[in-house]
Design a protein around this ligand. Sequence first.
Ligand code: FDA
Length: 311
Amino acid sequence: MLSAISKSFFHLLARSRGLEALASRVGMARPTSFGRRFIAGETLDEAIAAARAIQAGGMNVTLDQLGESVTTISGADAATRIYLQTVDAIVGAGVERNISLKLSQLGLNIDRATCTDNLRRILEASRPHDFFVRIDMEESSTVPATLEVFQSVWDQGSRHVGLVLQSALYRSEEDARRLSDAGVRIRLVKGAYKEPKSVAYQKKADVDAAFVRIMDQLLRTGTYPALATHDPAIIDAAKRMAAANRIGNDRYEFQMLYGIRRDLQAALVAEGFRLRLYVPFGTQWFPYFMRRLGERPANLAFVLRALIRDR
Ligand code: FDA
């Protein structure tokens, strides 16, 4: 209940242009600024430096150029061009070739065909360089369109692209079955958005139980599933399921967000599990940052501490 309220509250704040302008001015200004806790930096160079450090620590990365809910065709084109530059820069820097993106950045909410074309441009530029491109999942209202855009590039032969499914949504168990039968690589998450009860579980226990059911299915029949959570109980359940089914550590991976549960990240790597960090960067970090606060309102304390320290 409390977590639903805090999610709604922070999602509401995330729409405040005034707060965004204020946060953007101070949130990344210094090395100690609060935004840097969850965001690798505002520039591609900073993201690449973060990726190098993470890889040196024995982890893998996926780079995410932040941005969402683009409202004009020219904005979607600009986001696509930034992704194309990101692909080139990653190749040039020699860091791992793995990116995550949101279809609302590429124009999903404006025009489906334009969005598909933009995604295709990124897939075509990245294919010769052995990239993997992960499509993040956004609000439930965008799931059918996201699946359709994905299906159209998949049907045209793209296989270096995968999807995210959210265990909070009732539909995800069926989507997971259908997509893993087709060999699609899935990242399983709990779901970061505030959703109505017509489409999503409202209790954390139900979201967690659905995560475990889908995880079980993906581990046994999926293609290199990514289990994206910081939940120690679920991570332990994954290890037990994999061991019971004799599934080697190389057949799946854990994923976590940059800056969250660094203790657990280090422990997993020390135990020999594969772990990929989602490394977000860019100037449009405010909505992403607010979702992280909504998940754990205690994070407000470090924002306040950083503001007092940097004042
Ligand atoms: P849960 O919320 O139960 O948290 C478990 C524990 O993790 C907490 O007790 C706490 O210790 C720690 N924790 C979690 N969130 C924290 C925070 N913000 N700050 C500090 N500690 C925190 N969602 C989505 O809808 N679409 C997507 O495409 C993605 N993509 C994605 C990629 C990757 C790699 C990850 C790890 C997550 C996502 N998510 C996402 C976000 C996901 O849906 C979910 O909101 C968060 O991962 C938090 O849920 P947990 O599974 O960690 O569990």
